[in-house]
Design a binder for this molecule. Structure first.
Ligand code: NDP
Length: 484
């Protein structure tokens, strides 16, 4: 079994319990078993997290960036040493197979801590020469107290993609995980303290959306970074805007993956599988509208079905498994409803389409072909293992159809013609594009969406600008002039 975190919340350097909060069961998606319980944060817990964060931030901001970075780097090393245990925990929290979590979760968290730890000493302003020997300089200052609110698909990664740049810039963070996956962020908080982070700078409190909403509307909070759905994003952005807070919004998508008939078929099939079935399809940037050029559609579907036959569905703690359950019964039900809608609207079921008998939340990897642009599965984010295959003939046509969505998170193109690849990327409305690849998300590269898919960017140097603000300082070297 897992080593459970010792209590529901982690505040001011220690585990804290308050069992008067609403209980939240932790359910292992592979078996449906209750494996733990946390309590939603009460007003007293929220106050404690805000007070300790606000207090600790001032001294943290006074350290040099290099000193702050050293702590983050130490935390990254501890995470790497404990990758196996953290991956087991991530698998219990999310149901994602350990064959994934060993490589994509704690390791990605460690990458973020290392990257922003390395950058911390270089967070500086600039010198701006002005006429007559005058000059100005800018200071890049922290925002203060940041709130991170996470989705359930990558709980460890999200906790660090938000926490690492926030801390590097000299902020404090309160992180609220999704109530579906409350465990992993607590371990990150614990490790940060072990690495030397002063107490109060990274607090984790549990709760449903109401706890998130309270944090967002709290006047002492300076910034909110949300990973979640568009409807939640709308609410959070509006609430933050009323107090002019900084925001980062990492929201949903319905991204196009476009496969031209000159593409390497095997690579294109690999891309489409990765873009739809990794993490059982529960990835925001997934390329769920797979546009296949007419000439190769039959060959594509044939090879896709053959390759899907190799999926190993089963116990996610077994390293041989490469396709796990959905995160929850609720998410399973949502996806099953989409299967029914697809069938009733005339999409052709190619493979899958059913839940898998048993206690866990397992469902078959599913492909629908003959999907048209107006079908529900082509318009709405499903967040499950459902690939929609659409047919296209011409480049111009597919660009128009690919862009005809309110979302703009990602887009992919498979083609042997690199000029066309770049031409397509130029025309596609998406924050992250892939040519002959899909879903790479290295920390060095900005990640985020356009249109309804988000505001701001995570990762890369761009994230620094979202966790800090500029102060301009004008310095006069000659005498002041004044009209009277
Ligand atoms: P939700 O939008 O339901 O929830 C996201 C988080 O927001 C949860 O912690 C939730 O709490 C909290 N929340 C809900 N309501 C409020 C509110 N009014 N104020 C503040 N916080 C609130 O998303 P899911 O957890 O279901 O995650 C799936 C979604 O996340 C998908 O749309 C997906 O595309 C998106 N996502 C985007 C990513 C990106 O980087 N662009 C990456 C991963 C996912 P609780 O759930 O506990 O009630």
């Amino acid at each position: 079994m897992i080593t459970q975190p010792a209590a529901s919340h982690f505040i001011d350097g220690e585990y804290v319990e308050d069992s008067s909060g609403t209980p939240i069961n932790v359910i292992y998606p592979a078996t449906g078993e209750i494996i733990g319980k946390v309590y939603s944060a009460t007003p007293a817990i929220i106050e404690r997290a805000i007070e300790s964060g606000t207090k600790a931030q001032k001294a943290w901001a006074r350290l040099s960036g290099t000193e702050r970075g050293r702590v983050l780097n130490r935390a990254a090393s501890i995470i790497r040493e404990r990758n196996y245990d953290l991956s087991v925990l991530e698998t219990y929290d999310t149901g994602k197979p350990i064959s994934e979590t060993l490589y994509a979760d704690a390791t990605s968290a460690a990458d973020a801590l290392e990257y922003f730890g390395g950058l911390a000493g270089s967070i500086t302003g600039e010198h701006i020469p002005l006429p007559d020997g005058n000059w100005a300089y800018t200071r890049r200052e922290p925002l203060g107290l940041c709130v991170g609110i996470g989705a359930w698909n990558y709980p460890t990664q999200i906790a660090c993609w938000k926490g690492a740049p926030a801390l590097a810039c000299g902020n404090a963070m309160i992180f609220k995980p999704s109530e579906v996956t409350p465990l992993c962020a607590l371990k990150i908080a614990e490790i940060l303290i072990e690495a030397g982070l002063p107490p109060g700078l990274y607090n984790v409190i549990q709760g449903l959306g109401d706890v998130g909403a309270t944090l967002v509307s709290e006047p002492r909070v300076d910034k909110v970074s949300l990973t979640g759905s568009v409807p939640t994003g709308r609410k959070v952005y509006a609430s933050a805007a009323s107090q002019m807070k900084h925001v980062t919004m990492e929201l949903g998508g319905k991204s196009p993956l476009i496969i031209f008939d000159d593409a390497d078929l095997e690579n294109a099939v690999s891309g489409a599988i990765l873009a739809n079935f990794y993490s059982t399809g529960q990835i925001c940037s997934n390329g769920t509208r797979v546009f296949v050029q007419r000439k190769i559609q039959d060959a594509f579907l044939k090879r896709l079905v053959e390759r899907l036959g190799q999926a190993v569905i089963g116990d996610p703690q077994d390293e041989a498994t490469n396709f796990g359950p959905m995160v929850s019964q609720r998410q399973l039900d949502i996806v099953l409803e989409y299967f029914e809608k697809a069938k009733s609207e005339g999409a052709r079921l190619i493979t899958g389409g059913k839940p898998i008998a048993g206690d866990g939340f397992f469902i078959e990897p599913t492909v629908f072909a003959d999907v048209t642009d107006d079908m529900t599965i082509a318009c709405e984010e499903v967040f499950g293992p459902l690939m929609s295959v659409l047919t296209f003939d011409a480049e111009k046509e597919v660009i128009t159809r690919a862009n005809a969505t309110e979302f703009g998170l990602a887009a992919g193109v498979f083609t042997a013609d690199l000029s066309r690849g770049h031409r397509m990327v130029d025309a596609l409305d998406a924050g992250t594009c892939f040519i002959n690849s899909y879903n790479d998300a290295p920390v060095e590269v900005p990640f985020g969406g356009v249109k309804m898919s988000g505001v701001g960017r995570e990762n890369s140097k761009a994230a620094i600008t979202h966790y800090s603000q500029l102060k301009s300082v004008f310095v006069r070297m000659d005498d002041m002039e004044s009209p009277f």
